[in-house]
Design a protein around this ligand. Structure first.
Ligand code: CIR
Length: 265
């Protein structure tokens, strides 16, 4: 890995496996997935960050892991702490090997990171971790258990972060139902949010695929192209909205957040 440029924000990503269509499904029925289109969409996703000055760090391809492109689930970075997770789906545990190798290479290339891990019987998927200021909302559900949440809370406490556990039953991960705008407003599609009252302030959005946003910096957010009314809602709040088509990943219960780990510096 080339030395990372100082002070630019980074995304850690992994190219999609040709076996993407075999990925785990919990709430959706299996439908055909086009691997070539997935690759094109992934490149567009990465370009949306690169175009705005983000550095791009690619993990080794892992063709044997259909869900490996959803890199956020195996690695959580909070401040200078990199946490290798403990994926709740057995099929995804092997993704940790290359996630760990990626973190080691980041450190070798000059990034100042402390490394920790969630240990079994704790389970935790990064898709269940939503950071809003100093609070980490962590979804307790199919992929993340009480013990995983307890371990994460202990790891982030020295960094000044407080964990708030919230239930997740209606969707795969917490961030399948809610994410946050740059000003800290939590946004979500209410039919998919288990406990709306847990989030203050909360802004309901009109489309399921509008719930996931990534803060690109400079007042811009990245979101799926499949939620035009929600994009308008965000624009009406003064945000610049960048949209990317990610249909092939949405078919596997993925969204814009899970396709990268963001490291802001
Ligand atoms: C899975 O079920 O694990 C994958 N098919 C989708 C993971 C999406 N990740 C995320 O929302 N953080």
């Amino acid at each position: 890995m080339a030395p990372v440029s100082p002070n630019v924000p980074l995304i850690v990503v992994r190219p999609p496996s040709p076996r993407l269509a075999e990925g785990e499904l919990t709430h959706l029925d299996r439908v055909p997935v086009d691997p070539d289109l997935a690759r094109t969409q992934w490149e567009g996703y990465v370009a949306a960050f690169a175009d705005r000055g983000w550095g791009v760090v690619e993990l080794d391809a892992a063709p044997e892991h259909p869900d490996g492109v959803f890199v956020e689930d195996a690695l959580v970075v909070v401040d200078r702490l990199a946490v290798l997770t403990s994926p709740g789906a057995a099929s995804r545990r092997g993704e940790l090997v290359s996630a760990r190798a990626g973190v080691d290479r980041l450190i070798a290339s000059g990034l100042d990171l402390e490394v920790a891990a969630i240990e079994p019987p704790g389970t935790l998927d990064g898709g269940d971790v939503l950071k809003v200021g100093d609070v980490l909302y962590v979804g307790r559900g199919a992929r993340t258990n009480e013990e995983g949440i307890r371990q994460l809370a202990a790891l982030v406490a020295p960094y000044g972060h407080r964990v708030v556990a919230v239930p997740v039953e209606k969707v795969l991960h917490l961030k399948s139902g809610v994410t946050a705008l740059p000003d800290g407003t939590v946004v979500g599609y209410e039919p998919l949010v288990d406990d709306v009252a847990a989030f203050v302030p909360f802004l309901p959005v009109p489309e399921e695929h509008g719930t996931a946003v990534v803060d690109l910096g400079g007042g811009a957010v990245l979101m799926s192209a499949d939620a035009p009314r929600t994009a308008e809602l965000y624009r009406s709040r003064g945000l610049e909205v960048v949209t990317v088509p990610i249909s092939e990943f949405e078919r596997l219960e993925g969204c814009v957040t899970c396709l990268s780990v963001r490291i802001r510096r």
